[in-house]
Design a binder for this molecule. Structure first.
Ligand SMILES: Cc1cc2nc3c(=O)[nH]c(=O)nc-3n(C[C@H](O)[C@H](O)[C@H](O)COP(=O)(O)OP(=O)(O)OC[C@H]3O[C@@H](n4cnc5c(N)ncnc54)[C@H](O)[C@@H]3O)c2cc1C
Length: 216
């Protein structure tokens, strides 16, 4: 069975959920898929910057997020001898007009993001759904997915956005290698990969983790 969308987002972590919320706010019919059924209860990230706050503001949840976060005051790193290696006053408002260093509890912010997606018409996040295959013809990309009950189906779309984290299935299926620095910090890196609309050249961006592929 094939379902059709304008965009399919792979991965329901913070990057995929923000992408889905942005699509929802833009009135674009999209579906996100997330392999896990439950939200991760443990934090990976603990800190973000003003640019992230600006993105969260863009989907309408800036104030809600800030109410659950704490801007950092001062940062000092020291060695075992207690000598200061680096000290920096933080907690200032930066160029994005938000604090540049914000501490947060990731499961709480992830839950806010998911709630925003649920609230928006035209987008949905399907949990317990795993990308297992990705092909494209001259019109659309076709994502073969496996559901939690073992059934499989195809989600077809003009665009596919891969936000499936450091061990990205999308990267694997598209044959996109990790660069040396990305391999070194695989546990930390986010990946956004797009299969794109007609006429777009296949290019690597300078950020090294983004690649656009023409799709029809
Ligand atoms: C210990 C640690 C500390 C960190 N601290 C920070 C920090 O302080 N600040 C910061 O900005 N970042 C930090 N990071 C990095 C942080 O984890 C990422 O910034 C953030 O999680 C990236 O979000 P993401 O949505 O790209 O990926 P992820 O959070 O990894 O989400 C990817 C999602 O895709 C899903 N997925 C994977 N494969 C498939 C598939 N085939 N089908 C369907 N779904 C799939 C996964 O289940 C997952 O939910 C830290 C990471 C670690 C490990």
């Amino acid at each position: 069975m094939t379902r059709n969308y304008e965009v399919v987002v792979i991965g329901g972590g913070p990057v995929g959920t923000v992408a889905l919320a942005l699509l929802g706010h833009a009135g674009i019919h999209a579906v996100g898929i997330e392999r896990d059924v439950d939200l991760w209860s443990q934090a990976r990230a603990v800190h973000f910057d003003g640019e992230t706050m600006r993105a969260l503001q863009g989907i309408g949840i800036g104030d809600q997020v800030l109410a659950r976060c704490r801007p950092m005051t001062n940062v000092r790193m020291e060695n075992e001898a207690g000598e200061t290696l680096m000290a920096q006053p933080t907690g200032q408002r930066g160029p994005q007009a938000w604090h540049d260093d914000v501490m947060f509890h990731q499961p709480e912010v992830d839950a806010l993001l998911r709630a925003e997606v649920e609230r928006l018409p035209g987008v949905e996040l399907r949990l317990g759904t795993t990308l297992v295959g990705l092909e494209q013809d001259d019109r659309r990309a076709h994502c073969r997915v496996q559901n939690a009950d073992g059934t499989s189906e195809v989600l077809a779309a003009r665009w596919v956005i891969g936000c499936d984290g450091a061990w990205s299935t999308v990267r694997g299926l598209l044959g996109i290698p990790s660069r040396a620095w990305a391999r070194m910090i695989r546990g930390w890196s986010s990946t956004v990969v797009c299969a794109t609309a007609p006429g777009s050249p296949a290019t690597w961006s300078s950020s090294a983790t983004t690649r656009a592929l023409p799709c029809g």
